[in-house]
Design a protein. Structure first.
Length: 463
């Protein structure tokens, strides 16, 4: 059952980054600008950020089978609509529907897994979850590069439909209901605040990379989004005293969960930043095709996936300490290596640094998901997984906005001083990697503060 849920989550999350390579094709086929075409990825991320906060409440209301049917049904409907989209606006609507289904799938997987898997096996199983949650976005560009060689961008959706359909069918044959649904009312004001706050924050951050003309509006939207999130937090604290909050922030009083969340955000930020910068470097400056770029970055993504379950098994035996610190140090070393990119850096070096980054992230993600969720009492699993999922989307948006803004600002100022465009862009990339490296140092500090294990009641066990 867990395998089927992991497979379903892998299929739906893969779509988050599947369209990155298709942007030139979309511009040509649907006659849109590059800024507009970027929205096929931005809208997906935005919808995830807006919908995931509501999933904690939703998953408590429905049975496991109902949640699974709705999530996969909505995802399939969005995929089919995207495949036949006659115009760009219909494609965008399809992507938003796809993302709404995806947003339910990840917390459903986490909650089910924490409920059915015995504590001593959680690391091993969570290793498979890492495969779905982190490897899927890492492999998205490589898989889309291969499919785009065969024909139209529509194939990206056509190829997904039979796989998602089969996963839905077999999933419903195997899936049992876990726990009893709890009837609770939805606080609509909280839902609206979460949607506008997290959605606004991700949207404002996504505007940062679109040039200086958007700087004023994007800062305004980010501030408004942050202010709405602050109001949302205050409302949840009030609702915790009187009734059922939409997102139970008492999860954050569990120190291990809060630390795991901080580590996950910084690590995900570093991963998304490098996922944006490396294809730009390899395609714009080194002249590789999308397929060649995908193939060069694929070994790292595959290594990450294959190592996830092994890391999980080691965690079950050894605890987190012998794994999470080396993982954090590996992230910093690989990003520090990328600060040395040049027009002549050997491709094997790019491959090796990328593989080191992905393997280090695999070690880190597997452990923080297991440790963090394991620190919570069972009634808080839906809330914990929805907080985890929401902040993952926000971290991805922050990472993307940060590296693009740093790179653009640096290269624009160098071009104004008379530097060549390619040299200016390379210098901008180096600076963006420096910023990512400095941020990644935080992961080492947080990793050192984490306990080695948590037990079933959520209490910390020191090694």
């Amino acid at each position: 059952m867990v395998r089927l849920l992991v497979l379903a989550t892998f299929v739906v999350i893969l779509n988050e980054t599947l369209m990155i390579n298709a942007i030139p094709r979309l511009m040509e086929s649907l006659h849109v600008t590059e800024q507009a075409a970027q929205w096929v990825s931005t809208a997906f991320m935005l919808t995830m950020a807006a919908v995931i906060p509501v999933t904690g409440w939703f998953l408590q209301r429905v049975t496991t089978r109902q949640g699974y049917t709705i999530a996969m049904g909505v995802f399939l409907a969005g995929t089919a609509l995207s495949a036949v989209a006659p115009t760009f606006s219909v494609l965008l609507a399809g992507r938003i529907i796809q993302a709404a289904g995806t947003a339910v799938m990840m917390p459903l997987l986490m909650t089910t897994l924490m409920t059915v898997v015995p504590e001593q096996d959680r690391g091993k199983v969570m290793g498979n979850v890492t495969l779905a949650i982190s490897v899927a976005p890492a492999l998205g560009p490589a898989i889309s590069g291969l499919i785009l060689q065969l024909g139209s961008w529509r194939l990206l959706f056509v190829a997904v439909i039979p796989i998602a359909g089969a996963v839905t069918y077999f999933g419903l044959r195997q899936l049992d209901n876990i726990g009893e649904p709890q009837v609770s009312t939805l606080d609509w004001a909280s839902a609206a605040m979460a949607t506008l706050g997290f959605g606004g924050l991700v949207y404002g951050l996504s505007l940062f990379g679109e040039g200086e003309s958007n700087l004023g509006p994007s800062i305004g939207i980010v501030i408004a989004g942050a202010a709405t999130i602050a109001s949302f937090v205050l409302r949840q604290l009030k609702l915790q005293r009187t009734g059922a909050p939409l997102m139970d922030l008492r999860t954050l009083t569990h120190r291990t969960f809060a630390l795991s969340l901080a580590l996950m955000c910084v690590a995900f930020l570093a991963m998304m930043g490098s996922m944006i910068l490396l294809p730009l470097y390899l395609q714009n400056l080194r002249g590789l095709t999308p397929l060649q770029t995908g193939l060069l970055l694929m070994p790292g993504g595959l290594a990450m996936g294959l190592l996830g379950p092994t890391v999980g098994r080691l965690y079950d035996r050894l605890g987190s300490r012998p794994l999470i610190l080396p993982g954090s140090i590996g992230i910093v070393l690989s990003l520090a290596g990328f600060t040395q990119v040049s027009m002549s850096m050997p491709y094997w070096q790019v491959l090796a640094l990328h593989a080191l980054l992905m393997v280090s992230l695999a070690a880190t993600f597997t452990l923080i998901f297991t440790l963090g969720m394991g620190a919570l009492p069972p009634n808080m699993y839906p809330h914990g997984s929805s907080i985890l999922g929401t902040l993952q989307q926000v971290a991805a948006a922050v990472g993307t906005a940060l590296v693009v803004t740093v790179m653009s600002a640096r290269s624009s100022s160098l071009v104004a001083e008379g530097a060549a465009a390619s040299a200016a862009q390379l210098s901008g990339m180096k600076l963006a990697f420096v910023v990512a490296t400095v941020l990644a140092v935080v992961t080492i500090v947080v990793a050192a503060m984490l306990p080695s294990k948590t037990n079933a009641s959520g209490e910390v066990m020191a090694h």
